[in-house]
Structures are given as structure tokens and as C-alpha cells.
Write a protein that binds this ligand. Sequence first.
Ligand code: F6P
Length: 323
Amino acid sequence: MQRLFTTLRKDGVDPKLVQLIRTIVAASKDIAFRVRQGELAGVLGSTLDENIQGETQKALDVIANTLIKNLLLEEDVVRAIASEEEDSSIAANPTGEYLVAFDPLDGSSNIDINGQIGTIFTILPARDDVPADSELQFAQPGRNQVAAGYVLYGPSTILVLTTGGPTRAYTLDTTHGSFMLTTDALTIKPDTQEFAANMANTRFWGENFTRYIEDLLLGETGPRQKRFNMRWNAAMVGDVHRVLCRGGVFMYPSDSRDPKQPAKLRLLYEGNPMAMLVENAGGKAYTETTPILDIQPTSLHQRVPMLIGSANEVDACLSYLNT
Ligand code: F6P
């Protein structure tokens, strides 16, 4: 079995990018250790603060954010970072080659119930046409990403990573602390009978998306002529991992709960990295109209609808949305 850094070397990844991935991975091992210790490490529960998204921060959100942020800001190769938990981007080395954006702890509601949670990250090339401390550094479409990945803190700690080639999975061997290559190329089957959507939002969905879901629920007696099963983890990182491992479609469409915020998930550090991982595993990743990776961002914490996973099922959903 190959170590992560052997695979990256064999893949010909820029050594500076490898160094950056090493730093993110180091932070994730620290987080994984604390997650495993749970209550014993004093990492459960909420803080009294809210993040820029207006969400109450969990203790582990803050700990994970601080760990990743502090390690990245020490790296020469980092020009700037952006985090879900920070209001603005933060400049690092003005001559650094790369930008890193991350969601330090996705699926926060799962922290206190010992459920799946994860760290999502994306790496972009730094821009020389804007200052390091400008948020415009991050105003790049997801197609520019040079690496994207997540670390899933589940029964095992798994790193899923692409550096432009295949989407590979690595499992943390806790006996010696290395991530070992366990799946060389994750491949999403084009057809599926599994979907993930928060059905509690049904009454807020648009008419066409509702009709699509109604037809899935009709199973073999409806127009889709096959029985579907539903799974919902409350952590996108767990739901997308399921899709990458056994096919399926993860959907968080636009809804009318809050007119100021028609979509829930963030483009920069949720949509784009997941879209790159899914596309490089043969799946599709769309908003309700366009490939997620083609969106030109307009703000740091921009939100987008997401339909991602098995290619034919994403197409089926799009055909309902666009009629
Ligand atoms: O904020 C991100 C997130 O926690 C995702 O990981 C997850 O898919 C979603 O929010 C869960 O949202 P809901 O509140 O609809 O279950």
C-alpha cells in the first residue's frame, strides 16, 4: 500500500503544492485525534458566538478553524486563506503561490451526536493582478482549482483528494499516522437508485424540483420505473462520500425559506471542491442550470444550489428543472 506522499510524487505534483497538502493533512490528523477523544478532549458543545453565516459556532468549529488557519499562515507557499468561520480572507506571504479556502468542520450538527463530520478544502493559484489581502484573490471559477479534497472523520479517517487527475481515497493508519492509498480512482456509476435531500424543505422547493422528487418517490409505479432509496447524513461530506463510493445523487436545491438566501451551501469551500472531486470521479456537479465549476464567484461566502453525483441522475433532475 502506498503512502499519500509517494502517490503525489508519482503523480508529478508540484513539490510546493505537496508541501501545502502536507500542512492541511497535519492539521486534519490533529482534528481527527480530538474528534476521536470527543467529550474527553472537551471539544463538544457550542460557543456563545455566531460565524459570518449567522450560525452558532460549535467548540470544534473554532478549534478546527484555529488549527488549520495557524498552520497555513506559517507556510511560505500560501498567499491568502479563506475560511467558512472567518468574515474576510486573510493575507499570508505576499509572494506565496497558492490560496487555500476551507470549511474547517462540515456537518457541525453531527459533532455532539458522534456522527460523521469532515474538513473540506480547495487550493487555487494566487493572482498577481490583485493584492494578497484582497478578497478578489478568491474570485476565480472552480475550474482553476489545482487540488480539492476532504477529510472525513468517521469510523475511519479518510482523505479524498484530487490534484487534477483521478479522485483518490486514502485511509489514516493510526498505528503510524500516515494516510495510505486505499482507492486508486473512485468512480461514480452513471445510474443510481439512491438520493440525498433534506425532505423537511419540501414545502419551500420550486414546483419543478418538487415534481422530480415526487416521481422518485413513486418508484417503480411512477414515470421513473425504478425504486429509489433516500439517505440524509446532515453532513454533506458524509453524503458526498457515499455518492463517491456507491453512486447516488446529493441535492441541496434553492428554496424559499429566506428570500435573502435562496441557497444553503457555499460555492468557494463546499460547492467547488466537491464538484471537482465528483467530476474527476466521472460524476456531474450542477447548480440548477450550470456546472458548478464554471461559476464566476461574486463574493467570498456566496451560496449556490447543488445537484451532484451520478451523471444520468443529475441529467434527469436537470430535465425536470428546465422544462
Ligand atoms: O452547512 C453545511 C451543512 O452542514 C452540510 O454539511 C449539510 O448537507 C447541510 O448543511 C445540512 O443542512 P440541513 O440543515 O438542511 O440538514
